[in-house]
Each structure stands twice: as structure tokens, then as C-alpha cells.
Design a protein around this ligand. Structure first.
Ligand SMILES: O=C(O)CCC(=O)C(=O)O
Ligand SMILES: [Fe+2]
Length: 332
């Protein structure tokens, strides 16, 4: 069942029927519209915003809109809690910084030299040859940091670790704390890059020794159709849109359920629109929780241009996990 639905959305020959894809925005806008598929969506009240340390680029938790899917207990979607500048900052971190050494990128050593693999973004930005640009862009699919996942053995490797970025750790702990997961420790991350046309097939994430901590997933750039299914491939999955800035939490029963990205959809969002006053105030608040130099610079349209060129037809996803069980100091 899962594979059939995946295929329907992936189809290249014709545009798929999107009427069943849930857009969590619809629950607030069109409560009773029978055309909109929202009967599985429930708005969540966020009450746990005391004692959370706010960071630049994020709206106040009382302004967040969070939703649960009643047929998939443990799935929570926070609909874009980022400011426009916040979305730009994390996009730039994923493109410019996170693929750098000692983090690992998927680019093959035989096909791409060290300079490209370590400074992928710069090479792409400076590339004048259209074919070469497309070749690098299509080849770059993921980068990992924290504990590295070995894709062959499907195990995390104690010997292979790179530091987990402090800003991303603070961001993840903020989301986890507001949702009541006060002990969440971000220890491993995969950044997935999805040029339009790319997909991620159905899988479960079960390599982490800790399978009870939630998994956090952040989306930037173009919109994904995301499928969330059950514990086996037999259950029919639910399709929903993940848009720029959305935060998806897979917890409880859904933590180990099948999921996939069958399609990336190009939306009309203007990635170069002017920043609002909220964004401008945020940049001067004296915080040192983020790379404030980058946070300032993404407001400059010349600096931001190459990043907006990339997300013009691509999506970026950051997938964050806790690996160790509480009390464990090592993997094995
Ligand atoms: O891109 C996404 O939304 C999901 C990525 C994912 O499932 C993974 O990296 O394990
Ligand atoms: Fe996954």
C-alpha cells in the first residue's frame, strides 16, 4: 500500500491528484470545507513556553501554530515558527557551512575533488559552466554530522564524529522543550538536499540505540509531499505538505513508522522579498546564540542571492536525532 501511494505522487508522466494531501493551514482557514482534507488534523495548544530560551529568527511560541495528526499519534507539525530572516539563516547554514569538513558529504571522492567536497557551496556559486553546475547540484544529496551514520552497516560509528553545531543544538532543544521533551539531546543530523525531481523512498529510522527520543525534521526551500505511514509497508500512508520553515516531530508510536518524500513541488513564494520590521529588530538584539555575522548578512540581497538561487528549485531538510540512551556515555 505504501509503495503504491508513493508511486502515485512520484509519477512523472502526469500531474498527480493532490486533493488528499493535507495542508495544515486549511484547518484554521476552511474549517468546514468538505473539499479540504483536514479531518485527521487537530490544533495543539502550546502551553509550555515558560523557561524556554528564545533565539533570534524564531517567533514567540505563543504565536506558533502546532498540529497533531489524529491517525498518527506522535506526529506534530509546527507550521513555520521562523521569521523570514530565520529561514534564510538556516538555509545558508545548510548550504555554506554544514557540508564543510570534518562533516561528511556524499560526493564521491573519485568524481569530485577535495575542494568541491569540502567547499561545495562556494564552487557552485562560482561555477560558470552550466553543465558542471547541474552536475554538482544534482550529485549533492546529503551531509552528516554529530555521530555519523554508516550507510553500509546501518550503524552509528563511535570513531566517526564531528561536533554538533551549537546553534542547531540550541534550536532543537527549544522545539523539544516547548513540546515537553525537556531531556532531548541532539546528537546526530543528516541534511538532505532535494533538487526538484528527487525523492526519498519509504524507510524507517531505527539505527539509533535510543528509539524513544523524538526525531526532529526541519524543512526549508520548496515544498515536499511527505508520506507518513504505519509500522509496516501494509498500512496506507497519509500525505501532507511540508513547507519552508515547517518543523515536523516524529515521536511516540510514529517515531518508528515508515515515511517518505515522493515529490518536491515548486511553490510561488518569493525568496527575495524584503525583510519585515520584525526581521530587522531581531538582527540587533545582541544575542550570541547564532552566528550573528551570518544572521546579519542574510538580510543583504546580494549576499542572499546565491542561496535563493539554490532553493528556487530545491528543498533542504535537516533531520536531527538523539542517538544515546540517557546515562550512556558511549555507543556500545
Ligand atoms: O526530507 C524529509 O522530510 C525526510 C528525511 C528523512 O526521512 C531522513 O533523512 O531520514
Ligand atoms: Fe527518515
Amino acid at each position: 500500500m505504501f509503495k503504491l501511494i508513493f508511486k502515485q505522487y512520484k509519477t512523472k508522466s502526469s500531474s498527480p491528484d493532490l486533493t488528499d494531501v493535507i495542508n495544515v493551514d486549511d484547518i484554521d482557514i476552511k474549517q468546514n470545507d468538505p473539499q479540504k482534507n483536514t479531518n485527521n488534523v487537530q490544533r495543539l495548544i502550546i502551553s509550555n513556553e515558560q523557561n524556554v530560551q528564545l533565539i533570534p529568527g524564531i517567533k514567540k511560541p505563543s504565536d506558533w501554530r502546532a498540529y497533531a495528526l489524529t491517525h498518527h499519534p506522535g506526529i506534530i507539525i509546527i507550521r513555520n515558527p521562523f521569521t523570514e530572516r530565520g529561514q534564510r539563516y538556516w538555509t545558508a547554514r545548510c548550504l555554506r557551512d554544514y557540508p564543510r569538513k570534518p562533516n561528511i558529504v556524499n560526493l564521491n571522492e573519485r568524481l569530485f575533488n577535495d575542494a568541491v567536497r569540502s567547499d561545495w557551496w562556494k564552487q557552485l556559486d562560482q561555477c560558470n559552466d552550466r553543465d558542471e553546475f547541474q552536475r554538482i547540484k544534482a550529485a549533492m544529496r546529503w551531509t552528516t554530522f554529530g555521530y555519523h551514520h554508516n550507510w553500509d552497516t546501518k550503524l552509528y560509528d563511535e570513531q566517526m564524529q564531528s561536533p554538533f553545531p551549537e546553534d542547531l543544538s540550541i534550536l532543537c532543544r527549544l522545539f523539544a522543550n516547548v513540546l515537553g521533551y525537556c531531556d532531548f539531546k541532539p546528537e546526530a543530523a543528516i541534511v538532505n538536499y532535494y533538487p526538484v525531481g528527487s525523492t526519498l523512498s519509504g524507510h524507517t529510522d531505527h539505527s539509533e540505540p535510543n528509539k524513544s527520543a523524538p526525531l526532529l525534521s526541519l524543512s526549508f526551500g520548496q515544498t515536499a509531499i511527505f508520506l507518513i505511514g504505519g509500522p509496516t509497508l501494509d498500512e496506507k500512508p497519509t500525505a501532507l505538505y511540508l513547507q519552508c520553515g515547517d518543523v515536523l516531530i516524529m515521536s511516540e508510536e510514529s517515531r518508528l513508522c515508515y515515511h517518505a518524500v515522493p515529490r518536491i513541488i515548486k511553490t510561488q513564494k518569493n525568496w527575495n522579498s524584503k525583510l519585515t520590521n520584525e526581521d530587522i529588530d531581531d538582527a540587533d538584539n545582541g544575542s550570541n546564540l547564532l552566528d550573528m555575522d551570518l544572521f546579519q548578512k542574510v538580510g543583504d540581497s546580494n549576499f542572499w542571492q546565491p542561496f535563493s538561487n539554490y532553493i528556487y528549485d530545491s528543498r533542504i531538510n535537516i533531520n536531527i536525532r538523539q542517538v544515546l540512551n540517557p546515562g550512556d556515555l558511549k555507543l556500545s
